[in-house]
Design a protein around this ligand. Structure first.
Ligand SMILES: *Cc1c(COP(=O)(O)O)cnc(C)c1O
Length: 453
């Protein structure tokens, strides 16, 4: 009898996160202050993020305990299933074994709740009253709104204007969980007003919304800023995904040849990949391939520069060394596939630079084509972001068929696509453009990088 689902019991849920900084040959260099470009002290960082998270940001401890109260909430939806895609393997006629980790099982529908709960816990510990944050399509705003509700925190969400106007349902979800949502750029902040003055009809961008949220947090008592991706502590919180997957693959008697995740800022991909990367870094699994997949519409890893850049458009947030297409980058509004952040996590950048991981980019139509083949075999309709990881798994499975190799492929199914059906509709109507960032636009966006010696 074929086994599809590998399920861990609640008592087998990992009780520690894995910190890749303990094993990296070249940990990323420290953050710089946005105004002075001097080294940012922990105190500087603690004026932005909860102090519990700041301690984790630079920790070199290999394993960090997950607080009991966080574990307790996790157990409402974790461990999430690892599923063998038997029917998709058959549809692709591949000898490869394909597994996917199902993070869409969380109440908000994606992996983002994993770090939202942890951050809300540390905020509450510290006596904060609320968080300000940004959201693109709304997954992060939903996750933080629910986490705020669990811990009694106020959540102010600056939502990228084009999404605010075109995607009402996630806004309604955020409001249902008590979040307060405004479009970004916002007239409530100096940064937002300045951006609106420049272009009143701007579709907004994640970089602009981060500026709004940072300023709001700095100017409201009891508030700090919460970030849903990119920084070390967020990726740390997501490693529960890969730690569970390791136990589940053990149950299945398999070990992965290829691990895959889609990457906006990099958190879900790192969450799956880093616990496996640990053994590649220590030389135990030198042949493991780790693939981070982005969108051709926002190609930070495949066409960006590895350099210091601001994390936000108004240059108010920490300056980090990462692969970037420039903090002034505004993604094409026609692009429906998500993964729009201008940079990528500093740890992923360093691993790419060291040749420990691979990056690739897909057009959205290619991503949708693969994820439709997945959905018709397996059932689940995945988020457009996730579809990029699916495309990579699809291509690797077909390469296995070509080579007659039975590799074990694992990808992170980061979330469901139930609120992204407009993008699916556009795909069905052949109305999705394969947008490729123009060379001139990229060069212009890169001109604004800070001059760091
Ligand atoms: C936000 C999101 C992503 C991209 O963010 P990462 O930090 O790169 O993981 C991918 N998939 C889903 C479902 C998301 O909600």
């Amino acid at each position: 009898m074929k086994q599809y689902k590998y399920l861990l019991s609640e008592k087998d849920m990992p009780t520690q996160w894995y910190n890749i900084l303990a094993d990296m040959k070249n940990p990323p260099p420290p953050y710089l202050h946005p105004a002075t470009l001097n080294l940012m002290t922990p105190d500087d960082l603690a004026s932005v993020f909860p102090t519990g998270c700041v301690a984790q940001e630079t920790s070199r401890e290999r394993f960090i305990d997950i607080p009991e109260e966080v574990q307790d909430i996790f157990r409402m939806y974790r461990p999430t299933p690892l599923i063998r895609a038997h029917r998709w393997e058959k549809a692709l006629d591949t000898p490869a074994k394909i597994y996917y980790k199902w993070e869409g099982a969380s109440p908000t529908g994606s992996h983002k709740l994993n770090t939202a709960i942890a951050q809300a816990y540390y905020a509450k510990q510290e006596g904060l009253t609320g968080f300000a944050t940004e959201t693109g399509a709304g997954q992060w705003g939903c996750a933080l709104s629910l986490a705020g509700s669990y811990f009694g925190l106020k959540i102010k969400v600056f939502m990228v204007a084009v999404s605010y106007r075109q995607k009402p349902y996630r806004r309604v979800m955020m409001e249902t969980w008590g979040g307060e949502v405004v479009p970004s750029p916002s007239a409530e902040t100096h940064a937002g007003r300045a951006m609106l003055e420049q272009d009143p009809d701007t579709p907004g961008s994640l970089g602009m919304a981060i500026s709004d949220a940072l300023e709001y947090a700095m100017t409201h008592d009891g508030y700090k800023y919460s970030l849903g991706s990119v920084v070390n502590f967020v990726l740390l919180h997501q490693t529960i995904i890969g730690l569970e997957t390791m136990k589940q693959l053990e149950m299945a008697g398999d070990s992965p040849d290829i691990v895959i995740g889609c990457a906006g800022g990099g958190s879900n991909a790192a969450g799956l990949i880093y616990p496996f990367m640990r053994h590649k870094l220590t030389g135990e699994t030198p042949n493991l391939r780790a693939i981070f997949v982005e969108s051709t519409a926002c190609p930070s890893m495949t066409r960006g520069t590895y350099a210091y850049d601001w994390g936000d458009t108004a240059k108010t947030g920490p300056v980090t060394k990462m692969h970037t297409v420039g903090h002034g980058f505004v993604p094409a509004p026609v692009h429906a596939g998500g993964l729009r952040y201008h940079g990528i996590a500093p740890t992923i950048s360093s691993l790419l630079n060291d040749g420990m991981a691979e990056a690739r980019a897909y057009h959205q139509n290619a991503a949708f084509e693969a994820t439709l083949s997945f959905s018709n075999a397996e059932g689940t309709i995945l988020a457009p972001e996730t579809a990029h990881a699916v495309r990579a798994a699809y291509d690797e499975a077909l390469a296995c068929k070509e080579a007659g190799e039975s590799k074990v492929i694992v990808f992170n199914a980061s979330g469901h696509g139930h609120f992204d059906l407009a993008a699916y509709d556009a795909y069905h109507r052949r109305a999705l453009d394969d947008y490729e960032l123009e060379e001139a636009k990229l060069a212009a966006a890169l001109e604004g990088l800070p001059n760091v010696k």
